[in-house]
Design a binder for this molecule. Structure first.
Ligand code: GLU
Length: 415
């Protein structure tokens, strides 16, 4: 593959805004670099008694608008460059939604599927021990991401609290409900994404009832995207996939039963009444809406030409490579960009922080109506900017986000 890496792609988005926002080259340079990075080795006692050193990272990209915020990924192919790119996306995402937060991202190179629960717990706690001086409700607030769960967030919050000598719920979001978690956080990314798709569909005069949908990825975001596609939007989910492969039924899949099947067998493959397909084939299906909900750069120069979906809704971060975006654009495929489409996760994380800091607990209906309002109004702001300036939704979203960060930097006297 000849794809530009994620960090380079996101830096390119900032360059694209420079002319419209009349950015000084010095300011543009600040926006294209992370402010702080932590690289550390994390020794963990494994179940066989041996010590293994894992490599961990945290990138605090820009904190002009407030404490930095963003998830932690546990993935075997993690790289510092990807984490930098993802931390930059978090900066623009929080700014786009007007949250009083900067952007960050963390990661550990590991294979969680091959680790026992005890090993995962020791790794999670050790990650926090390594980083504890640099995070906190007023510094940097981690959250779940690829292969990290509410359970892991609870261990991390607990470890930080033990070190601080006081229960500090607000240090981490995406926690289980009994330890300061928010109602609605688990499916917030997917729910927020469908609120945006609903608005975009209305603008494009597309009826979501019965629209065909394919979802790549069946983790927290992908499985909820499929479930809500069926139950919230009334769409027909014809295909989903996980890391082992996918299943297809042109008449629609029963997503609830598919979840039970995955729970039992460990994969979506061999689901009754559906045919098996590869992950690659899923991305090329002739559907109304394609939802990549797994990893970055899955739509790239190798397959962009074969994408037949009318709308690509980026529930993952960075799933369409820079080069693929140009190909899809020429084909008239509409892209709903990640920083807008998957912002529901960090929006409800922000609600979780606010509840923690106020010792409060909002009910599910309250969280949902606030989420819906923020997703809808942000979509319309982006759509309006795109229409006025003749930009893509991505360029419009970046223009709003970068402007918000630059205004904060100017107000603080940084530039
Ligand atoms: N990992 C999610 C994202 O990429 C959520 C981050 C958060 O809740 O802080 O947006």
């Amino acid at each position: 593959m000849t794809e530009t890496d994620l960090f380079e792609t996101i830096r390119g988005q900032v360059c694209r805004c420079a002319y419209d926002l009349k950015l000084e080259p010095d300011i543009e340079a600040i926006l294209k670099m992370p402010m702080r990075e932590f690289h550390f080795s994390i020794p963990v006692r494994m179940d066989d008694g041996r010590i293994r050193a894992f490599q961990g990272f945290r990138v605090q990209y820009n904190d002009a608008r407030g404490p930095t915020k963003g998830g932690i990924r546990f993935h075997p192919d993690e790289t510092i460059d990807t984490i930098r790119g993802l931390a930059a996306i978090m900066t623009w995402k929080c700014a786009l939604f007007g949250l009083p937060l900067g952007g960050a991202k963390g990661g550990v190179i590991c294979t969680p599927k091959e680790m026992s629960e005890g090993e995962l717990e020791r790794l999670s706690r050790a990650y926090i021990q390594a980083l504890c001086r640099h995070i906190g409700p007023e510094r940097d607030i981690p959250a779940p991401d690829v292969y990290t769960t509410p359970r892991i967030m609870a261990w991390m919050m607990d470890e930080y609290s033990k070190i601080a000598g006081q229960t500090t719920f607000g240090v981490i979001t995406g926690k289980p409900i009994p330890v300061g978690g928010s109602e609605g956080r688990l499916d917030a990314t997917a729910r927020g994404g469908w609120y945006v798709i609903a608005e975009a569909a209305r603008d494009a005069d597309v009826d979501l009832k019965g629209a065909t949908v394919a979802v790549q990825g069946f983790g927290n975001v992908g499985s909820n995207a499929a479930l809500l596609g069926q139950f919230l939007a009334g769409a027909k989910v014809v295909a989903v996939s996980d890391s082992r492969g996918g299943v297809l039924n042109h008449n629609g899949l029963d997503v609830q039963r598919l979840l039970e099947h995955k729970e039992k067998t460990g994969s979506v493959l061999n689901f009754e009444g559906a045919g098996n397909i590869t992950n690659e084939a899923l991305l090329e299906l002739d559907v109304d809406i394609l939802i990549p909900a797994a990893l970055e750069n899955v739509i790239n120069t190798g397959n962009a030409d074969n994408v037949k979906a009318k709308i690509v809704a980026e529930f993952a971060n960075g799933p369409v490579s820079n080069e693929a975006e140009a190909v899809l654009g020429k084909k008239g495929v509409a892209i709903i960009p990640d920083l807008l489409c998957n912002g529901g996760g960090v929006v409800v994380s922000y609600f979780e922080m606010v509840q923690n800091l106020n010792m409060d607990h909002w009910d599910a209906a309250d969280v949902d109506s606030r989420l819906r309002k923020m997703m809808t109004s942000t979509y319309h702001a982006v759509h309006e900017t795109a229409r006025k300036k003749g930009f893509s939704l991505r360029q419009a979203a970046y223009t709003i986000a970068v402007r918000n960060v630059v205004e904060a930097m100017a107000a603080r006297g940084w530039v």
